[in-house]
Write a protein that binds this ligand. Structure first.
Ligand code: F6R
Length: 625
């Protein structure tokens, strides 16, 4: 059971495509997969009919590997499904690549999502089915074949299969007996149908098919559909026919890749509620009041012996680490230091690290040279270690004994947004995991935090909705300023640092994040009527203190901009500009407070005409020192 759990590779970003019509399917599939490559690209594959037989071709690495392989095969099928994979953990191998086939090769399936109960299903099917991969998806192929044997109909087989699945899925299914139809299904993963003349498509998003048709039908959760070259029919879970609106998309392909957003950064800001849902999926067990990870092998004894946590990271990931210090100390009760990787790597620390130290490296890319070097240096002291990364099988992930992946999909905007909140989300889970094993965390508190974490996605959507227009307005009013101060206290001090970093890197305005209580020891001298002072003053144990800091800055003529909790009307007497975010537990406030700050930096950079997604002098992965 444990072994299975450790070696199952799941996917949640990925791109799927299906085609039936008059063209050579292989060419349409490859062309569409190229447009979906931005969703991930560790392996890819297609299934088509080759001489009347359902045939699957898969390759590891970039799509070009699959394309070159297919070029020599002269396939002529007019129907097929395809997949480009972005695994959330585990090795990208040919066997793990999609499409996945059932034992008798009667069915092939592509999947985007996470099947939470794959283990139970796998255990039930293992005796009768020949499992080839370590993915969660393969259980779907075997279930489909089983249901098809009973129902004798592909649509009914899909309906019967999805009743067993828990989790998220967008599926496209081909059957050996049905060379003219693709059956699709959707729950919590994106899926659209594309309607052409004498040809139909299914895809993860419109980007993939925009060069063939601009007519699409967005499927809803629970929908099951059948497409043939001339027909589209959508059903609900009980196979009652339903109608979905046909929309005409006016975007060009570039805009479509960004889902209609002007920049990847904005798209990624908006993806955060979904990313948080994905990152929590299958890891929180409310019944047992606990959390679980697939690739963490630290046992109770190891964890009890930890006497200190050292966190290593750079940039935005370092800011996530600074927040984790509060979690380690307040929730778990272990002393915690957070170090900038480029500083740590050149210090002599071997004599202060030992087998009782847990070193956590945080890196979206898993390729940051300084983080890798500092992690390797720490490992020489035989420390316990853990990596938090977004990229499957990244260099850092491979160097670590334990890994927890954030599930953001590729982050393309250079300024990190969704990776930051996903890192925080993982850090809350890691803190609870450690606290539970050490029996140092109160069970009622765990229950509270877990329940509130599960509500965060919805609260983030609320914060996105409520703060966008206000931040656009602030951006219009303040984009010409030369300098900004960001103030925060306690667990929101790192959010002040992160807000200032976002502004610096994409709008090229100087901004400084400061602990508000430290102002009077120097920086308060900077404040005059030209200085916007952005203060994070949401409800907290230090609210009165920060409210007093707002007063101090206001008294010196500073232009006060305040992030406050909904319902705090009093703060309006202290500040000209207030933006409200939903209430949550104090330790979770950073997850919501960062949202208006991401927006503010984005809109200021936009007005100033800066290159938002690729700011000057910066690279997404800093793979050199
Ligand atoms: C800022 C930003 C950078 C990265 C830093 C570390 O928006 O993106 O500061 O956070 O370069 O990168 P990773 O997390 O990939 O190690």
């Amino acid at each position: 059971m444990i072994l299975l759990k450790l070696f199952v590779w799941r996917t949640n970003m990925c791109g799927i495509i299906g085609y039936v019509g008059k063209r050579i399917a292989e060419r349409v599939l490859i062309d569409a997969l190229k447009k979906l490559e931005y969703r991930g690209y560790d392996s890819s594959g297609i299934s088509v009919f080759n001489d009347g037989t359902l045939s699957t071709f898969r390759k590891v690495g970039k799509l070009i590997n699959l394309e070159s392989d297919l070029a020599e095969r002269a396939l002529t099928s007019r129907i097929g499904i395809g997949h480009t994979r972005w695994a959330t953990h585990g090795k990208p191998t040919e066997l793990n690549a999609h499409p996945h086939s059932s034992t008798k090769n009667k069915i092939t399936v592509v999947h985007n999502g996470i099947i939470e109960n794959y283990l139970e299903i796998k255990q039930q099917l293992e005796k009768e089915c020949n499992f080839q991969s370590e993915t969660d998806t393969e259980v779907i192929a075997h279930l489909l074949e089983k249901c098809y044997a009973v129902e004798g109909d592909l649509l009914k087989a899909v309906a019967c299969t999805v009743k067993t699945l828990k989790g998220s899925y967008a599926l496209a299914v081909l059957c050996q007996d049905k060379s003219n139809e693709i059956v699709v299904a959707k729950n919590s993963s994106p899926l659209i149908l594309g309607l052409g003349k004498g040809e139909m498509f299914v895809a993860s998003d419109i980007t993939a098919i925009l060069s063939y048709t601009n007519k699409s039908m967005v499927l809803e959760d629970g929908d099951i559909g059948v497409i043939t070259k001339n027909t589209v029919q959508v059903y609900d879970k009980e196979l009652k026919k339903v109608t979905r609106e046909i929309r005409e998309i006016k975007w060009d392909a570039v805009l479509a890749e960004k889902d209609g957003y002007k920049h990847f950064m904005l798209k990624e800001i908006y993806e955060q509620p979904q990313v948080i849902e994905d990152t929590l999926r299958g890891r929180v067990n409310l019944e047992e009041n606990d959390v679980a990870f697939d690739y963490v092998n630290l046992n109770e004894e190891d964890i009890k012996n930890i006497d200190r946590v050292v966190i290593l990271a750079c940039g935005t990931s370092y800011h996530a680490g600074l927040i984790a210090k509060f979690l380690m100390e307040d929730l778990v009760g272990i002393p915690c230091e957070v170090d900038i990787a480029s500083e740590f790597r050149y210090r002599k620390h071997l004599n202060v690290l030992n087998a009782e130290t847990l070193v956590i490296a945080i890196s979206q890319s898993g390729e940051t040279a300084d983080t890798i070097a500092s992690f390797e240096a720490a490992k020489k002291a035989n420390v316990k270690n853990l990596v938090i990364s977004n990229v499957i099988d990244s260099t850092l992930a491979r160097k670590s004994d334990n890994v927890v992946y954030t599930r953001c999909g590729p982050e393309i905007g250079v300024a990190s947004t969704k990776a930051f909140t996903a890192q925080l989300c993982v850090l809350y889970l890691v803190a609870i995991f450690l606290g539970k094993k050490r029996k140092s965390i109160d069970n009622d508190l765990v229950a509270l935090v877990l329940k509130e974490l599960l509500k965060l996605s919805q609260k983030m959507s609320q914060a996105l909705k409520n703060t966008k227009a206000i931040m656009e307005d602030w951006a219009k009013k303040f984009h010409k300023k030369h300098s900004f101060l960001y103030l925060g206290r306690n667990i929101n001090y790192p959010i002040a640092l992160e807000g200032a970093l976002k502004l610096k890197e994409i709008s090229y305005i100087h901004a400084e994040g400061y602990p508000a209580g430290e102002m009077k020891h120097g920086p308060i001298a900077l404040i005059d009527e030209n200085m916007p002072v952005l203060t994070i003053a949401t409800q907290s144990s230090v609210y009165d203190k920060i409210a007093a800091n707002v007063e101090e800055a206001r008294a010196r003529g500073g232009r006060m901009l305040v992030i406050a909790s909904e319902g705090n009307d009093k703060i309006r007497y202290q500040s000209e500009f207030v933006v409200y975010v939903p209430k949550t537990m104090e330790i979770l406030t950073p997850m919501l407070n960062i949202i208006p700050l991401q927006f503010l930096s984005y809109y200021i950079a936009e007005i100033r005409g800066c290159d938002v997604d690729q700011p000057r002098n910066l690279a997404k992965s800093v793979t050199v020192e």
